[in-house]
Write a protein of this length. Structure first.
Length: 296
């Protein structure tokens, strides 16, 4: 689709094809964002496509999975209280750093056509040659997301994906064979592309309660983590073609660091204070001590 837009709209209304690509992507994103705001429910209890009994059952299952009580969920945090609880929790910063590493690596996606062109492909062919790369990423994401859920594992899946990305980068930095470099780019995108949802799931599971804090934590990690795309864009200057040593060397180091962080996660979390830092969060957690004979 990107190739068709770039070539088909190139020069239309005096605008280059690459700018049309950003315009089309931006418009679709904004439209989908507003549409999904009205279509997606905030929580199972507000899912209108479920029956009242189904909503209640889904709610109870979530409470049971998180080992929390109905009483504790009756007290809600304000948006500001939830934000303060997130920024004072060390886990939030751990996941922000880890997620930023993934986004930093994904900055290569904006330069894949340029890199392919420097490898000898034409402008149009370079666009179409990105298709197998993203298909590989999709297959890895679907398959490893399934095994991650089946095995209830986030940590070692993340370690493996970071290691896959680091391996692909270090090989790409030194190999000159076009086919080998292309395969490594497929593996790099597969590793980092798959890591995106797994890292956000890990964030949700590690900061499961209170609900408002979990929601803000996911938004915090996702939003600020994407800032890495800004400085990541400077890793691929044209003067480094075709090896792009700066970009691949940086990603090798950061992916390796991400793998070390994931391995050390349980030990790092044990060093964090057990008591919540904010008063609002402590008051909600105190409700957990109220004995309840049943979940509903």
């Amino acid at each position: 689709m990107a190739g068709a837009i770039v070539t088909g709209l190139d020069g239309a209304r005096g605008i280059p094809g690459w700018r049309w690509l950003f315009i089309v992507e931006g418009v679709l994103t904004v439209v989908c964002g507003f549409a999904l705001y009205f279509l997606l429910p905030d929580y199972p209890l507000t899912a209108h496509f479920l029956t009242p009994a189904q909503r209640q059952l889904a709610h109870i299952r979530i409470l049971a999975d998180r080992h929390v009580t109905v009483t504790s969920t009756s007290r809600r945090m304000t948006s500001w209280q939830a934000f303060k609880a997130v920024v004072t929790d060390g886990k939030s910063w751990f996941f922000l750093v880890s997620y930023s590493i993934i986004i930093l690596g994904m900055s290569i996606s904006y330069f894949v056509p340029t890199i392919l062109k420097s490898m000898g492909y034409t402008k149009v062919t370079a666009q179409w040659m990105t298709v197998p790369i993203w298909i590989t990423g999709t297959v890895f994401q679907l398959g490893l997301s399934w095994t991650s859920d089946t095995l209830q594992d986030r940590r070692w899946h993340t370690v493996g994906l970071f290691c896959l990305g680091a391996f692909a980068c270090i090989v790409s930095a030194f190999v000159k064979a076009v086919v080998a470099k292309y395969i490594m780019m497929c593996l790099l995108v597969a590793g980092l592309y798959t890591g995106l949802p797994l890292m956000l799931n890990w964030t949700s599971e590690s900061i499961p309660f209170p609900d408002q804090k979990r929601s803000v934590a996911i938004a915090f990690v996702n939003s600020f983590g994407h800032l890495a795309i800004i400085y990541g864009s400077y890793l691929w200057p044209s003067v480094n073609e075709p090896q792009h040593l700066i970009g691949f060397a940086t990603l090798t180091a950061t992916c390796g660091f991400g793998a070390v962080l994931a391995i050390a996660a349980p030990y790092l979390f044990k060093l964090l204070p057990k008591e919540p830092a904010t008063k609002a969060e402590r008051e909600i957690w105190a409700l957990q001590t109220i004995p309840e004979g049943e979940m509903a």
